[in-house]
Design a protein around this ligand. Structure first.
Ligand SMILES: [Zn+2]
Ligand SMILES: [Zn+2]
Length: 194
């Protein structure tokens, strides 16, 4: 929708992912949106460190204003059932996010005007539920509790919000940051803003 509103070139919006099949994210089931205003995509089955390098190169080359960057590690290694590999993959994703923050802070184009939102699309089972951390997919507290971290020039600093939110609140919040509205959407996460 951002591409439609702004009429920007498609290479100003990107999906970059560690899973080849997630190239579906650029398109839409809705007939009126299908095959139109799709962002560019770089999707391949690879380690998150490689995906991060690809994303960084895209940021440098095309200077996109909107990017969805996906890491597969925590989910993929969670399914392996190996606790140490799972925890290590979270540490890797963490360190890549730190690198991304530093990149944004020190890059002339992005510094001081870029928002970074970090979240996950699902949690994992609590220890006492069907397979524990290695699986997910029901409504248990472990599966339905997401992480959310956001930083940027429009947001308050050092605040932990106790307001209950859902994934669907992120979309209108991003739209607000980019200066357009989405009709019939959920509430913007106003509590984040200065
Ligand atoms: Zn999974
Ligand atoms: Zn669960």
């Amino acid at each position: 929708m951002w591409l439609k509103v702004t009429q920007e070139a498609t290479n100003k919006a990107w999906v970059v992912t560690s899973k080849a099949k997630l190239n579906v994210l650029v398109n839409c089931k809705e007939v009126e949106w299908r095959n139109s205003f799709n962002p560019e995509v770089n999707a391949a089955d690879r380690e998150d460190t490689n995906t991060f390098q690809v994303a960084k190169n895209i940021l440098l080359e095309y200077k996109p204003r909107l990017m969805l960057l996906h890491f597969r590690g925590p989910d993929a290694y969670g399914h392996s059932g190996d606790w140490n590999k799972y925890v290590n993959s979270i540490a890797v994703a963490d360190s890549l996010l730190f690198e991304l923050c530093n990149f944004i802070d020190t890059n002339d184009f992005y510094s001081g005007k870029t928002t970074l939102i970090m979240t996950n699309d699902h949690g994992r089972h609590l220890d006492n539920i069907a397979g524990g951390f290695s699986e997910h997919g029901d409504q248990c507290v472990g599966c339905s509790h997401l992480n959310f971290y956001a930083t940027g020039p429009d947001f308050k600093e050092g605040v932990i919000s106790s307001k209950k939110r859902e994934q669907t609140n992120i979309l209108p919040t991003v739209a607000e940051l980019l200066g357009f509205q989405i009709d019939d959407s959920k509430e913007i996460m106003w509590e984040l803003f200065k």
